[in-house]
Design a protein around this ligand. Structure first.
Ligand code: SF4
Ligand code: SF4
Length: 432
């Protein structure tokens, strides 16, 4: 929780201001969403937290209940009636503090509930807005708050012994692959998931290798290396904006036509769908996920792939790329081109379950026991496919599954689709 030292009186006025702000800023669309729920409960059956626990508190629409209360009291058509007769009491700091668990620890912002709602309520969008109010009330989880604050100030979510720029240079030298930094007049600007810098350097090298294969001018920018946006996770809208602006300004500075999002689902959402809104005007470049960029290059004959020769695979559809981004067939096109025998999970494409780590949940330490419980649904589905190799298109998913491997002593090791593409380039360019 941020601002832990704040006194009770200040906390109450902070909460009151945050809830009033939420009620007045949600806009007509969200107000309509809050008003139109018919309490059918179908979103509960879509959410892996409810499915795993059968605990009603994990019903997605219940997660925004205090915000519905605040909206009705402050901004709905009958707000004065709700206030005068006390039908909707003011949301208290204690009530909101209890909701921290529901809005952060037990929601991946995966959007499966939104997909299922029969009257089209985007519950995940409401939860995202509720996170903004939680942040304003000083109730973002400490881990997310700390990383968001550090990232908006320095560009990195955490200090590292060696700055990411130097680590990137080291990865280039280790793999013998050029990873240009701070070039100008390029076609494509690249960034990296911090997860790759810290855990999967071969995935960073793979990105450089495929760009080299495509012969497209490209660069990383040392002021905007990190793809993830911890402001988005924490609910800090101004910090989310500042972090997005770093990338936007650097893409403009090097005149990139494409800002390429690596294997990182939430980075794609933050930049593809939310950055222009926060920037205030249309972005002067395209934002593309690496899989959709590569599928396009394949269709144009610029990407040449040989057979991967690893037999059957299963594939984790990252929620933010598939369900929220529509990047569904691109990874399948790449897998087909490499001759892979894809064994689909029972819930695949837009209906795929989250890896359990999305929305910053993997960073919240106290959330781990519940996260493991929900992940069992996913692990069972993966095992049921009989796919020999398990592939992901998101570094955060990969990190979550690696963590599950350790926790459950699971016999699968998640692999990166991008790394597999780099290994299958024809003719082979280098070993990863
Ligand atoms: S966004 Fe995902 S995790 Fe959050 S409530 Fe909806 S289904 Fe559950
Ligand atoms: S599925 Fe939609 S209408 Fe039904 S309870 Fe959930 S939010 Fe309300």
């Amino acid at each position: 929780m941020n601002d832990v030292t704040i006194d009770a009186e200040s906390r109450t006025s902070q909460v009151t201001a945050a809830m009033k702000g939420f009620a007045h800023e949600i806009g007509a669309l969200s107000a309509f969403r809050l008003e139109s729920c018919i309490h059918c409960g179908m979103c509960a059956d879509a959410c892996h937290y409810y499915i795993a626990t059968e605990d009603p508190q994990y019903t997605p629409i219940w997660k925004v209940e205090p915000f519905k209360q605040a909206y009705k009291r402050e901004a709905s058509a009958f707000a004065p009636v709700f206030r005068w007769f006390g039908f909707k009491p003011a949301v208290t700091a204690e009530q909101l503090a209890q909701w921290q668990h529901l809005l952060f620890d037990s929601c991946n912002l995966c959007g499966r509930c939104s997909l299922i709602c029969p009257i089209g309520i985007d519950v995940a969008a409401l939860i995202e807005q509720a996170r903004h109010a939680m942040f304003d009330a000083g109730l973002a989880p400490e881990e997310l708050y700390r990383k968001a604050e550090h990232q908006q100030r320095t560009g990195q979510p955490e200090a590292s012994l060696e700055p990411y720029r130097e680590q990137l240079r080291g990865i280039g030298e280790q793999f013998g692959i050029p990873l240009p930094i701070d070039a100008n007049e390029v076609e494509v600007m690249l960034c990296v998931p911090r997860t790759d810098i810290e855990h999967y350097p071969a995935a960073v090298a793979a990105l450089g290798l495929v760009m080299q294969h495509l012969g497209v001018s490209h660069t990383f920018r040392s002021d905007a290396l990190v793809a993830e946006n911890y402001g988005y996770y924490a609910g800090g809208k101004e910090w989310q904006r500042a972090i997005s602006l770093r990338l936007i300004e650097q893409a403009i500075a090097c005149h990139a036509k494409v800002l390429l999002i690596p294997e990182c689902g939430h980075a794609y959402t933050a930049l593809r769908w939310e950055a222009a809104d926060l920037y205030g005007k249309e972005l002067p470049f395209k934002v593309m996920a690496v899989t959709e960029y590569l599928a396009l290059a394949l269709a144009e004959g610029r990407l040449r792939l040989g057979k991967a020769d690893i037999g059957s695979v299963s594939f984790q559809d990252p929620c933010q790329l598939d369900r929220k981004g529509g990047v569904t067939e691109a990874p399948r096109t790449l897998m087909k081109a490499m001759g892979l025998d894809l064994r689909e999970m029972e819930n695949n494409r837009s209906f795929s379950f989250c890896c359990g780590g999305g929305g910053g949940v993997v960073d919240i330490e106290r959330a781990a026991p519940l996260r493991y419980r929900t992940m069992e649904i996913k692990l069972r589905e993966i095992d049921a496919t009989d796919g020999g190799t398990f592939l992901t298109g998101c570094s955060d998913c990969r990190h979550s599954f690696d963590d599950a491997k350790r926790h459950f002593d699971w016999d699968k090791t998640p692999q990166s689709l991008l790394e597999l593409v780099a290994k299958s380039l024809a003719p082979p360019r280098a070993a990863l």
